[in-house]
Write a protein of this length. Structure first.
Length: 285
């Protein structure tokens, strides 16, 4: 048993994270086509959500960062620039790590539209990034916002800590978010088996503890809404997301959505709330 495990008990929290992540991935019937971030149409849909349901989260995130005009920021899992774009005018430079081709294309387009030239894009998964060939550390602040999908969490966190000179700030789910609760509710009826949500912030905090990093934790509200021009558009979107193939599955889905949707002007909306954990630490010295 390692010294850290002896100190904190027999539970290897990195192994718990890995097991929960693998179980989560295996519980899905097939890859969700709406989450294929190589497709620019999916990236655009995600970006539209950040201008609506996620807008509060973005503003809250930026307000909680200790930045200046001289700050160098590393944004891991940058997506279409959800944080990188509003950060860029406020800091010296942003390095955005993002593997999705559609996300990267949209980020480049928005940089051109806004005349932003201080964002560097690293087209890789974080676990594939090489510190001294892909990056130029150290960075004042390292951010990972809703991007912890790697199997080896300890290695990913150690790399974040290694490239930061001041702060590391992670945002991850404290409870199953609204869209995951939809999977939990529907999966047994649709596909005949239980849906397992991904690992949550408790694993992150405990892995950090076992690494000797004693992080601060804040709980923040996380809202999400899906907005559509019609009920037909909403149903078509969720049919793809939940892998609907039979008439029976379609009826189950429509009953579920019908009990949760609402009309908002000319739009059809389905939404829910959950809790987001902000886990951050200051580098020693």
């Amino acid at each position: 048993m390692t010294e850290s495990r002896a100190k904190y008990g027999d539970i290897d929290w990195n192994a718990v994270w890995r097991a929960r992540q693998i179980r989560h991935e295996r519980s899905e019937r097939s890859e969700d086509p709406t989450h294929n971030w190589d497709k620019v149409e999916n990236a655009k849909r995600y970006n539209e959500g950040t201008c609506g349901g996620f807008d509060t989260r973005v503003k809250m995130t930026l307000a909680g960062l200790d930045i200046s005009r001289q700050s160098r920021i590393l944004d891991i899992g940058a997506g279409p620039g959800t944080l990188a774009l509003p950060l860029a005018p406020l800091v010296k430079e942003v390095t955005a790590v993002e593997p999705g081709k559609g996300m990267i294309q949209l980020l480049f387009e928005k940089m051109a539209e806004r005349g932003i030239g201080n964002i560097t894009i690293v087209k890789k998964l974080w676990e594939d990034v090489r510190i001294y060939s892909d990056l130029f550390p150290p960075y004042d602040i390292v951010i990972s916002s809703l991007s912890l999908t790697m199997a080896d969490l300890r290695d990913a966190l150690a790399k974040m800590d290694a490239v930061s000179s001041r702060y590391v700030c992670i945002f991850w789910f404290a409870d199953p978010p609204f869209w995951e609760r939809m999977y939990i509710d529907l999966w047994p009826d649709l596909h005949g088996r239980k849906y397992y949500p991904g690992p949550k912030a408790d694993c992150v905090f405990n892995v950090l503890n076992q690494m000797g990093i004693y992080a601060n934790v804040e709980m923040l509200p996380l809202g999400k809404e899906y907005r559509f021009a019609s009920r037909e558009d909403m149903t078509a979107f969720f049919r793809r997301r939940f892998g609907i193939q039979t008439a029976r599955q379609g009826r189950v889905l429509e009953t579920y959505l019908g009990s949760r949707m609402r009309d908002d002007g000319s739009d059809v909306v389905i939404s829910g709330d959950s809790v987001l954990a902000k886990i951050w630490w200051k580098k020693a010295g």
